[in-house]
Design a protein around this ligand. Structure first.
Ligand code: PLP
Length: 361
């Protein structure tokens, strides 16, 4: 294989070509050190500069002040499911969860091991086709936090805007962080596994308000306290340095694209190409998500039969479009079109969809 192909995998997912080329160019000799970034001490000046730049760029892109810290942790977004309640759900208090898909269910399940929880809203009865409306959300009396999943990677739904809630907001933004502007200062804690929209796997980004970062209980293991990582600027122990380096390159790329408003415009344009192919297919393609809950990152759809779905996925692969098979729990097809997916990839997929319908419809 000599050419790059269009990668629609949900995660790990496509990275910007320019970023990969940059990493390739300095693989053997990073920043005149005569070493690869993989070989450099995390206590070196060179690595400290990357760590600091990545934190500053994330805050800059999100418009966050010094009231926030950015941490680079390990264990995936899945470890945040338990770290959040472990640090912030004391006995006698309640944490609220809004359920919009499999990932929020998993987050709730982990919290249940630590204390009282309350489901403030759920759309599971609708097979998670939609995001609840503001009037469907009923918080408990005085929750320590309200947890939401901003984009539902598996079902293909996304909060179009965030509700105004009185509780401190915690969000899993693994699959849409930095894909659009939003008011990040409404959140006490945001977490995201990097492998969808930020970089490679192996690092989890946590954006945390400083008062929260300082309030971890001393009774939990040192490594599982946010305060440990906040105090040590993510350098308490050996960080996933190569993954953080890659995130830093992705953030530079994102700034060059014009930041979140500019990337959001591109993301809308890209997703519209594929949703148009669905909506104009006269029912041949059926979107899983309700129209007003559609995700710009993960586009889920079905064909008239599972057999056709399989044929679609394998013919798409032959046409250099990979990773379109849907998650096993929803079935059908899923096109993941994160920031790094070029417009040309969405154009190619939309054209392929029309041609596939013409020959199989
Ligand atoms: C992928 C994903 C996760 C799990 O991430 P890991 O880093 O594999 O633990 C959690 N939440 C959402 C929304 C995801 O898309």
């Amino acid at each position: 294989m000599t050419e790059r192909i269009f990668n629609f995998y949900a995660g790990p997912a496509a990275l910007p070509l320019e970023v990969l080329q940059e990493a390739q160019a300095e693989l053997l000799n990073f920043d005149h050190t005569g070493m690869s970034i993989m070989e450099i001490s995390h206590r070196s000046k060179a690595y400290e500069a990357i760590n600091a730049e990545a934190e500053a760029s994330l805050k800059e892109l999100l418009g966050l002040s010094d009231d926030y810290r950015v941490l680079f942790l390990q264990g995936g977004a899945s470890s945040q499911f338990f770290m959040v309640p472990m640090n912030f759900l004391p006995s006698g208090r309640t944490a609220d969860y809004i359920l919009t898909g499999s990932w929020s269910e998993k987050a709730l399940k982990e919290a249940q091991a630590f204390g009282q929880t309350h489901v403030a809203a759920t759309t599971s009865a609708d097979n998670y086709r939609r995001i609840p409306s503001a009037t469907e959300i009923h918080l408990s009396e005085n929750p320590v936090y309200a947890h939401i999943t901003s984009n539902n990677t598996i079902f293909g739904t996304q909060w179009q805007s965030f509700p105004k809630l009185t509780a401190p907001f915690v969000a899993d933004m693994s699959s849409d962080i930095l894909s659009r502007p939003f008011d990040a200062s409404n959140f006490a804690l945001i977490y995201a596994g990097a492998q969808k929209n930020l970089g490679p796997s192996g690092v989890t980004v946590v954006i945390i308000r400083k008062d929260w970062a300082e309030s971890s209980p001393a009774t939990i293991p040192t490594m599982l306290r946010y305060s440990t990582h906040s105090k040590n600027a993510s350098l308490y122990n050996t960080p996933p340095s190569v993954a953080v380096y890659m995130i830093n390159l992705v953030l530079r790329w994102l700034k060059k694209q014009g930041g979140l408003a500019a990337i959001a415009k591109k993301n809308q344009e890209k997703a519209a190409l594929i949703y148009d192919a669905i909506d104009r297919s006269g029912g041949f393609y059926r979107g899983h998500a309700d129209k007003d809950s559609r995700s710009l990152m993960n586009i889920t759809f079905r064909l008239p039969s599972e057999e056709l779905e399989q044929t679609f996925a394998s013919q798409a692969t032959q046409s250099d479009m990979i990773g379109l098979k849907g998650h096993r729990s929803v079935g059908g097809l899923r096109a993941s079109v994160y920031n790094a997916m070029p417009l040309a990839g969405c154009q190619a997929l939309a054209a392929f969809m029309r041609e596939f319908q013409r020959t199989n419809g």
